[in-house]
Design a protein around this ligand. Structure first.
Ligand SMILES: NC(=O)c1ccc[n+]([C@@H]2O[C@H](COP(=O)([O-])OP(=O)(O)OC[C@H]3O[C@@H](n4cnc5c(N)ncnc54)[C@H](OP(=O)(O)O)[C@@H]3O)[C@@H](O)[C@H]2O)c1
Length: 323
């Protein structure tokens, strides 16, 4: 049976982006071969949008899965797939952006990514690569946002990225970026879920024509950095039970109804399928209203990005004081 088509949004670049993408971040990442096989499962159940980053060490297995999906006829051409990758903080320097994307493309075995994002609005020492180096002492005092964005624009002009954007930018930082940008960011990828709704930031992005994509839409359930605030929410569980849906489906459907793109990670074929099965039903007005009662908490605070020597001395500064 052919997989159902996932709805798409049109980005300010004119590119179409499927509203659900499969996340690939896991700590530790699965062995490459195992991940390639998991990602083939994702193609089989209908995913066309994949989220990777140089940090995640998942670019190579994703590239192999794309090649295999073509070979197996799961997709007819590379153009049918939407691939996002991200510039890690160690390379968030004007001179390092294009080379870093070229390295990502080499790992992916692709000519271009569909979307390239600045992963975080800060810079770390170039040698401090990998998850284990995400430490306060590796954050560099200044972040050249203007110069780094100009290099992102160069990636677009060179045809290496069809769209460019940012991740983890609050309103103040987006405002600053927009003041200097020739090409506005198409996407801001931030934590967003029923338990961290980001209403103010989403409204700002909407006004500026920036699409929001939601990371950890299920609160990174059962991961080393996650919470159960989404999946164990009594409100979501009650709606799920009444509607005979899973809690994950209720959360993802709500995100979709907010006009936000969900980047959800499952490495289990059944749950991958379940997470896509949200497009032929809707939440009632009464159910939607209940979401305003869900307690609000971030899953990931980014404490290691806040330091006396870095550009952000407090969490308020890191997150632009957004609730
Ligand atoms: N830009 C950034 O700074 C940033 C930060 C964090 C994440 N991200 C991206 O966003 C993606 C998603 O976020 P995330 O991985 O942190 O968290 P998430 O998608 O909210 O949650 C992932 C967890 O939920 C479980 N899960 C998925 N579907 C489920 C279902 N239907 N029922 C029960 N459990 C389910 C998964 O387990 P199973 O695999 O066992 O199903 C996994 O443990 C990442 O993989 C990454 O690509 C970006």
């Amino acid at each position: 049976m052919e997989a159902k088509k996932i709805p798409e949004v049109i980005l300010s670049s004119g590119q179409k982006m499927p509203v659900i993408g499969l996340g690939t971040a896991a700590i530790p990442p699965p062995p490459h071969e195992a991940l390639t096989s998991i990602l083939i499962d994702a193609f089989e159940v209908g995913y066309k949008h994949f989220d990777t980053a140089s940090l995640y060490e998942t670019e190579e297995p994703l590239g192999k899965a794309v090649a295999k999906a073509l070979e197996l006829g799961l997709i007819k051409s590379r153009d049918e797939v939407f691939i996002t990758s991200k510039l890690w903080t160690t390379d968030a320097h004007p001179d390092l952006v294009v080379p870093s994307l070229k390295t990502s493309l080499q790992k992916l075995g692709l000519e271009y990514v569909d979307l390239y994002l600045i992963h975080w609005p800060l810079r770390m020492k170039p040698e401090a690569k990998g998850y284990h180096n995400i430490l306060k002492e590796n954050v560099i005092p200044s972040f050249d946002m203007k110069g780094t964005w100009e290099a992102m624009e160069e990636c677009f002009r060179l045809g290496l990225a069809k769209s460019i954007g940012v991740s983890n930018f609050g309103i103040k930082k987006l405002t600053q970026l927009l003041e200097n940008a020739t090409i506005p960011p198409a996407v801001n990828q931030v934590e967003m879920s029923p338990a961290w709704q980001q209403g103010k930031l989403r409204e700002f992005c909407k006004q500026k024509g920036i699409h929001v994509s939601a990371w950890s839409p299920l609160g990174a359930y059962k991961t080393s950095y996650g919470t159960n605030t989404v999946m164990e929410s009594p409100i979501l569980k009650e709606i799920a039970c009444a509607r005979q849906k899973s809690t994950a489906q209720i959360a993802l459907r709500w995100i979709y109804e907010q006009g936000t793109i969900a980047i959800v990670r499952s490495f289990n074929k059944e749950r991958m399928k379940q997470n896509l099965d949200i497009f032929d039903w809707e939440l009632s007005e009464e159910e939607s209203q209940k979401f305003s009662e869900i307690p609000q908490h971030r899953t990931y605070h980014g404490v290691c990005f806040v330091s006396e020597n870095g550009p952000y001395k407090t969490l308020e500064e890191l997150w632009d004081g957004d609730p």
